[in-house]
Write a protein that binds this ligand. Structure first.
Ligand SMILES: Nc1nc2c(c(=O)[nH]1)N[C@H]1C(S)=C(S)[C@@H](COP(=O)(O)O)O[C@H]1N2
Ligand SMILES: [Mo]
Length: 256
């Protein structure tokens, strides 16, 4: 038995025991000692959020893969939830086929950059056929093509102080910004997708570039990306809950 497994078992057993014997608050304190508190632990769901996140991070070891499907499984009618930004700026970018569009990469990185769609497309691409599940109860399977977020972060050179990667869309969309922890940011299936079902990403699905992370509910897959920022803490952004969702009752960690 490896040391890692023993430690993991110790923490999970401890979490379960603490939750059972001395209440949830004790379990949350134990999770805190191991750095397993999600940014929205003070939000509506509080301790429940912490237990879900801590248990997932301990048991799943961060790199378990979401199921990938075959071409014949691709859904005929993918659903759009949250249309493109209703701004002149977005219309202009769309009309110019996004040639003037840049994805900003900044924060705790050695080489901040501003990447064009062409720059992203020149990086190694990955195509995956995965399930996208919306918290509203519908889902579809689609093929997504893009660059692994880990490749972009690797080029930028992430500081050892980094704890989260913040993801911001263009202005004018239903304000949905979010953040990922480092295991999810470096997960091999976390993509900056610019293609869908063999064509360029349609405007409704997030053109020119969206996040796709099949191990979390659809709302974490932010569309219409404009900026990625590596940070040590999310406390200074918005209400400090790590995403726009938690203020509306959506948990920051939406693992499936
Ligand atoms: N910028 C932005 N990203 C977004 C949304 C949005 O409204 N705006 N909706 C989210 C939700 S709730 C879901 S389920 C998925 C939907 O992606 P789709 O339109 O490709 O199905 O995108 C997510 N990303
Ligand atoms: Mo959703």
């Amino acid at each position: 038995m490896t040391t890692r497994f023993t430690r993991r078992r110790l923490i999970t057993t401890g979490l379960a025991a603490a939750a059972g014997v001395s209440g949830l608050a004790a379990a949350a304190r134990l999770a805190d000692r191991y750095g397993l508190i999600p940014p929205d632990s003070g939000g509506i769901y509080g301790v429940g959020e912490t237990l879900t996140y801590a248990a997932q991070r301990i048991l799943m070891s961060g790199h378990s893969l979401a199921r990938e499907f075959g071409r014949s499984d691709i859904s005929k009618h993918p659903i759009v939830n949250g249309g493109p930004p209703e701004t002149d700026a977005y219309q202009r970018l769309l009309a110019g086929k996004f040639s003037d569009c840049r994805l900003q990469v900044d924060g705790l990185v050695a080489r901040p950059s501003s990447l064009s769609l062409g720059d992203l497309m020149r990086l190694p691409s990955r195509t995956q056929i995965t399930h996208q599940a919306c918290e509203e109860g519908w889902s579809f399977i689609a093929e997504w093509t893009g660059v692994a977020l880990s490749d972009v972060l690797g080029l930028a050179g992430v500081s050892t102080r980094a704890k989260y990667v913040m993801i911001f869309p263009f202005e004018g969309t239903k304000i949905m910004w979010d953040s990922l922890d480092m295991p999810d940011a470096f997960h091999p299936q976390t993509l900056l997708a610019y293609g869908m079902n063999g064509v360029e990403l349609p405007p409704g699905h997030g053109a020119p570039v969206r996040l796709r992370m099949p191990r979390q509910l659809g709302y974490k897959s932010v569309k219409y990306l404009s900026r990625i920022s590596v940070v040590e803490s999310v406390k200074d952004v918005g209400e400090g809950l790590g995403a726009s969702g938690p203020q509306f009752g959506y948990s920051w960690y939406a693992g499936i």
